[in-house]
Write a protein that binds this ligand. Structure first.
Ligand code: DGJ
Length: 762
């Protein structure tokens, strides 16, 4: 890996074995985005990659006889008002009402390693040899401000990270109205734009559309979260790119609030990608000596399809975004009481559920919503972070100790950013809500957003919840957030500061996370936002896992987990086996299929195990045993491959394989059953073609085949149902694993699945 500056051609070349990124200082002092893609051999001068010609109606940005036009140039950080009529990366309002600026090249520095962006989350390095960083400073004389564009290239990944920083050195009044994090331009439009979108309980479906002239993209202006609707990620892929071959560029925004991610195609077929904090409602005055730091964009290039892009994001985010004790550890198998009890519980009921969980091998019991204040439904109690002694007479400290005495760790749910109007907190501090004076305050789930842009609010909540944690034995926290912001206005900020409120809110959330993770470094944090409304890289910096979705139906989860895996590692995806009929869809799926889907995540249960039959309990025990044996491979060691997409057909398949290619686990899932169907082959990926593998899979009859039905059907439930055979990697990848429909049906009729375990034996 290297970053070199070619003095004569004034070109910066960032490159490693896989990727190159070229920036050129143009004759007008601005920067050109000369190339981004597969690695190029370095040379002194790439300037012939610059295009320029005279065109009608074209503004020229350099004295005659130049033909340099910003409209037809791939700009590194596009400027407003230059005669380039596409969207700019930034915009600055000055005291005289002008937005015209001229940031020209002032200098650069190249350093080893990567700088922290704290308090913003960002990827990091553990040693300076892992990456190199380029900072290019541009200066605008009239406003006396600096603009620094930062780039880090990792040595071992096709990854370049970007951010921008504005510094007001002078005394002129300037207001940043738009300050995006990155822009990249491509010379053609032969791409598809891919993104992950959805809504509550159907988060992160994979959406792809061909680029067309004009603006296309996604945005989020919901304030409190990156949202279920749009994930802060887009990719540009070639139309021929598949999971396993072809070019794709991924752009992932390390931020949890408002964002804009767009591709703008000009009528000359150039494509401009922009990504950053959404400019709507944003304005940031910079006084002398003040600076504004944009969040990070992580760009991944792959010429080996989407799987390779995802594997790079997974490894980078798992090891160089997530931090702390849990970064490299497989996750405890948990049981969460939400779908088992909702608000209706007391200590006895909780302990009965926990006891059964211990019996089957669960390691962590999580007490969800309803343990505090007057929280017997979702109309009241949020903000009152002290235990409800009617439900839990010995408090959280007493309950957590009792759960620990059973041999389980104890976890607790919180929703710290919110308040119900029916709460002591609201009665004491009615002005702590986000909302505009004299205007109606919209509510959602009967609750309101606390003004985390104010330090005193964050301080207060921190003290309240830290007290509970200090007094109890807590090993895990599920940090929920169940509504988006409306009427964004802070009663604690001056009129001129209102444009800062939504960003400051997110900084407040990060601040509280920082304080809690610093004081309680051993606690495993799981972020959550009505399921997956805040599944983003910003959150992963603080909480190494996220509740993927409130939809726990196995068939729906295949889509949600498949889409989420485009960017996020399996170990970050909260995935539980829940009861049937499923609480979101009323659908029955087999216990085996529910587990076969949940294995590809953190794994746990979200039901009352006391309600299962003996046969089901035996099955649960086996599932937990399996996960304990394979979680290291699935969550930490393995590379994930998507094999068949639930968005393209009735079948889904995926697999995880260890880096040494010796062990693998593959899941095959059918949605609706088929009568008299065709033959099936499951083609695997990533195996060593010449190595011999032993494949085993279990076709045990599943629920609803209980003992009574087995007798009716003449089925021997105790017969050995594990099948084993051997095959070379080449056969498994190119010819595929034969799957029999009878085997799928033994598991269940609709929604059948099979799990294949592979071990290299020679
Ligand atoms: C929404 C979460 O996604 C659920 O898992 C649960 O914790 C509820 N909130 C509790 O109110």
């Amino acid at each position: 890996m290297a970053i070199v500056f070619h003095e004569k051609s004034k070109e910066f070349h960032l490159f490693n074995q896989e990727v190159s990124y070229l920036i050129r200082v143009m004759e007008n002092g601005q920067l050109e985005n000369l190339y981004y893609g597969k690695a190029l051999k370095d040379r002194d001068d790439f300037s012939h990659q610059h295009d320029e010609t005279m065109r009608s109606l074209m503004s020229v940005n350099s004295p005659e006889p130049s033909h340099l036009s910003m409209q037809y140039t791939r700009q590194e950080y596009p400027v407003y008002g230059t005669g380039d009529y596409r969207s700019p990366a930034f915009s600055i309002l000055q005291e005289n009402g002008s937005r015209i600026v001229n940031y020209t090249y002032a200098g650069y520095s190249i350093s080893k390693g990567k700088k922290s962006l704290e308090p913003l989350p960002a990827t990091y390095v553990e040693s300076d040899d892992e990456a190199e960083t380029l900072e290019i400073t541009l200066h605008d004389e009239v406003t006396d401000t600096d603009l620094t564009l930062s780039y880090t290239i990792y040595a071992d990944y096709p990854v370049i990270t970007r951010n921008a920083r504005f510094l007001q050195k002078g005394s002129a009044k300037i207001v940043l109205e738009r300050a995006l994090s990155a822009s990249v331009e491509f010379l053609d439009m032969d791409y598809e734009l891919m993104h992950l979108s959805g809504a509550w309980s159907r988060e992160r479906y994979v959406k792809t559309r061909k680029l067309e002239t004009g603006i296309q993209g996604i945005q989020n202006m919901r304030g409190t979260g990156s949202s279920s609707e749009y994930n802060p990620f887009i990719a540009l892929k070639r139309p021929y790119t598949t999971e396993n071959q072809g070019e794709v560029y991924g752009f992932s925004f390390v931020y949890s609030g408002n964002f804009l991610a767009q591709a703008e195609v000009s009528t000359h077929e150039m494509t401009r990608i922009l990504m950053g904090i959404h400019p709507e409602g944003f304005s940031w005055e910079l006084k002398q000596g003040e600076s504004f730091q944009t969040p990070e964009v992580v760009m991944v290039y792959s010429d080996q399809g989407l799987n390779k892009m995802s594997q790079v994001y997974h490894r980078l985010y798992r090891t160089r975004l997530v931090r702390g004790k849990w970064r490299d550890e497989a996750r405890p198998i948990l049981l969460n009481n939400w779908e088992a009890t909702y608000f209706d519980f007391d200590e006895e009921k909780i302990l009965t559920i926990a006891k059964k969980a211990k019996e089957v091998g669960v390691e962590l019991f999580v007490l969800d919503d309803g343990w505090f204040g007057a929280r017997n439904d979702d109309y009241r109690g949020l903000g009152d972070w002290y235990v409800n002694l009617e439900k839990l007479p010995d408090g959280i400290s007493g309950l957590s100790k009792k759960v620990e005495e059973l041999g389980l760790k104890f976890g607790l749910w919180v929703e710290l950013e919110m308040v119900n109007k029916d709460s002591d907190l609201y009665r004491a501090h009615p002005d702590w809500l986000i909302g505009a004076p004299d205007r109606f305050e919209s509510h959602a789930r009967h609750q309101h957003v606390l003004d985390f842009s104010r330090k005193e609010v964050v301080d207060y909540i921190y003290e309240m919840i830290a007290k509970v944690i200090r007094e109890s034995s807590i090993s895990y926290i599920k940090w929920d957030m169940n509504r988006y912001m409306s009427e964004p206005y802070s009663r604690g900020a001056a009129p001129s500061e209102q444009g800062k409120v939504m960003h400051r809110y997110i900084l407040g959330v990060y601040d509280l996370y920082t304080r809690l993770t610093t004081e309680f470094p051993d606690i495993l944090f799981e972020s959550c936002a009505s399921g997956g409304a805040r599944f983003d890289p910003g959150m992963l910096y603080f909480a190494p896992q996220t509740w993927t979705s409130d939809d726990t139906d196995a068939n729906e989860r295949m889509k949600i987990q498949y889409g989420t895996s485009m960017v996020y590692p399996l170990v970050s995806m909260g995935s539980h086996v829940s009861a049937v009929p499923n609480h979101q869809l009323n659908r029955d799926t087999s216990l085996a299929t529910r587990a076969n889907v949940a294995y590809f995540g953190t794994f746990g249960y979200e039901l009352d195990l006391n309600l299962l039959s003996d046969r089901e309990i035996e099955q649960v025990k086996k599932q937990i045993q399996f996960m304990k044996e394979y979680r290291e491979l699935i969550q930490i060691e393995g590379d994930f491959y998507r094999l068949l997409s639930p968005f393209e057909g009735n079948e889904t398949a995926w697999m995880v394989i260890s880096r040494d290619k010796k062990n693998a686990v593959a899941g095959y899932y059918q949605s609706l059953n088929k009568v008299n169907g065709s033959w099936i082959r499951l083609k695997l990926q990533g195996l060593c073609p010449d190595a011999l593998y032993e494949i085993s899979y279990d076709t045990e009859y599943d629920v609803p085949f209980d003992s009574e039905m087995a007798e009716v059907y003449g089925i021997d439930l105790d017969a050995d149902t594990v099948h084993t055979y051997q095959a070379y990697g080449s056969e498994l990848m190119y010819a595929g694993i034969p799957i029999s429909r009878e085997d799928l049906n033994r598991k269940s009729m609709d929604f059948g699945s099979l799990l294949f375990i592979l071990k290299q034996i020679a």
